[in-house]
Design a protein around this ligand. Structure first.
Ligand SMILES: *Cc1c(COP(=O)(O)O)cnc(C)c1O
Length: 366
C-alpha cells in the first residue's frame, strides 16, 4: 500500500504532531515496566494541566472518545436516575442513547442544530436531576455551548461535559467551571491518533461512583487502583494499558504544553477566523450561529450552484484525490447540507487554510 500524505481537515483525526509520530515508533515497553508507569503518571499530570484541574482521578480511558462517554455515564447512573441532556447535534443525541442504555430517565433539552443550548432551559428541565450533561464543542454542527456558568447553578447535580473537540482547541477550565466529569479524545485538538479518551472526575463526583457499574472494563473503582500508584497496596493490574498510545498522548500533550495552552488556543482561534473569513470571501455561507462558532470545526453550507452538476460528495472526493485534503461531510440531519472543516491540533496552521481555500476555489470554479 502506498504511503499517503493527507492533509486531514475533517472532523475525525487531525495530523499528529511530529513528536507524536516519533513516540509511535519507539520500542514497546511492558505495561507494568517502571519506565512506562512513569510515562503514565506524567501523562496524567499533563492531562490535569490541559483540563485545568487538580482532580486526582484523571486518566486516559483505553478506547476512543465514545469510551469516555460510556465511562462517564456507566459509573454514575443508577436505573431510573433523572439525567438532563442538552441536545443540539449528533453527540448530544449519542449521550441520550448511552444514558438511556444504562437505565437513566433521560430528559432532553433540544436546541435547533446550529444554535447553542439555552442554559436556563437546561437548568430548569428537572427539579433535582442526578446529572446535567452537555457537549462543549458540537463537532456535528460547529457550535460552542456555553458551559462556564452551569457549574455555579447545578445544585446537587453532577455536571458532565463532553470535551472531545474542545480540549486543546478552545478554553477549558474544569475546576473553575465546577465541571464534575469531563472526557475528551486524543485525535481532535490534541493532535494524537485516535485510541484514548482522557477523563477527569472531581472529588465530589468520585464519592458518587457506583459500587459495581455494569461495565467491568470501564469500572472507575478498578481503574483508579491501576492508575494511582500511591494508593494503598500499590498498583493493581486491571487491563493491559495501550502503552504505545499512552506514549503518543504523552508526546502530544508535551507539544501542547511546550507551545503553551493559551498560545495553542490563540492559534486555533486565528486559524478558524482566517478560514471562516476566507470561506465567506468565496461567497459561501457559514452554518453555525455567529458568536458561537468553533474555530477548530467550521460548518459551511454546501453551495447550491456546484459546477458542472457535481454532487457535494464528488467535490469532497476531488479535494481528496487531486489535492490530498480531507474535509468532512454533514452528519445526521445535516447530511448533504454542510461540509465540516477541521483546523485541529497540529493541523491548525495558516498554511493549511491557504492550501484548502485555494483548492476549494479551484474545485468550485470560483
Ligand atoms: C468525535 C467526538 C466524539 C466521539 O469520539 P470517538 O473518538 O469518535 O469515539 C464524542 N463527542 C464529540 C463532541 C466528538 O467530536
Amino acid at each position: 500500500m502506498p504511503i499517503s500524505d493527507r492533509l486531514l481537515m475533517g472532523p475525525g483525526p487531525s495530523n499528529p504532531y511530529p513528536e507524536v509520530t516519533l513516540a509511535l515508533g519507539r520500542p514497546v515497553l511492558g505495561h507494568l515496566d517502571p519506565e512506562f508507569l512513569a510515562v503514565l503518571d506524567s501523562t496524567n499530570n499533563r492531562l490535569r494541566q490541559v483540563f485545568a484541574t487538580l482532580n486526582a482521578l484523571t486518566l486516559p480511558i483505553s478506547g476512543t472518545g465514545s469510551a469516555g462517554m460510556e465511562a462517564s455515564f456507566v459509573n454514575f447512573v443508577r436505573a431510573g436516575d433523572p439525567v438532563v441532556v442538552g441536545v443540539n447535534g449528533v453527540f448530544g443525541e449519542r449521550m441520550c442513547e448511552v444514558a438511556g442504555r444504562v437505565g437513566a430517565e433521560v430528559i432532553r433539552v433540544d436546541a435547533p442544530w446550529g444554535e447553542p443550548i439555552d442554559n436556563d432551559l437546561l437548568l430548569s428541565a428537572h427539579h433535582s436531576p442526578s446529572i446535567i450533561a452537555i457537549v462543549h464543542a458540537e463537532t456535528s454542527t460547529g457550535v460552542r455551548n456555553d458551559i462556564s456558568q452551569l457549574g455555579a447553578e447545578k445544585g446537587e447535580a453532577l455536571l458532565l461535559v463532553d470535551m472531545v473537540t474542545s480540549l486543546g482547541g478552545i478554553e477549558v477550565k474544569v475546576d473553575e467551571w465546577k465541571v464534575d466529569v469531563a472526557y475528551s479524545g486524543t485525535q481532535k485538538c490534541l493532535g494524537v491518533p485516535p485510541g484514548l479518551s482522557p477523563l477527569t472526575v472531581s472529588d465530589r463526583a468520585r464519592d458518587r461512583i457506583i459500587e459495581r457499574p455494569s461495565s467491568w472494563y470501564l469500572d472507575l473503582n478498578l481503574l483508579s487502583r491501576y492508575v494511582d500508584g500511591s494508593a494503598e497496596g500499590g498498583r493493581v493490574y486491571h487491563h493491559t494499558a495501550p502503552v504505545t498510545m499512552v506514549a503518543a498522548l504523552h508526546a502530544g500533550l508535551g507539544a501542547v504544553l511546550e507551545e503553551g495552552i493559551d498560545a495553542a488556543r490563540i492559534r486555533h482561534a486565528e486559524c478558524g477566523r482566517f478560514l471562516q473569513d476566507g470561506l465567506e470571501a468565496l461567497g459561501l455561507e457559514l452554518f453555525a450561529q455567529e458568536g458561537h462558532r468553533l474555530p477548530q470545526l467550521t460548518t459551511v453550507c454546501v453551495p447550491k450552484d456546484l459546477p458542472s452538476s457535481m454532487s457535494e460528495a464528488e467535490c469532497r472526493r476531488l479535494l481528496l484525490s487531486r489535492y490530498g485534503i480531507e474535509i468532512g461531510a454533514g452528519a445526521g440531519q445535516l447530511a448533504g447540507r454542510v461540509w465540516r472543516i477541521g483546523c485541529m491540533g497540529h493541523t491548525a496552521r495558516r498554511r493549511n487554510v491557504v492550501t484548502l481555500l485555494g483548492a476549494l476555489k479551484e474545485v468550485l470554479e470560483r
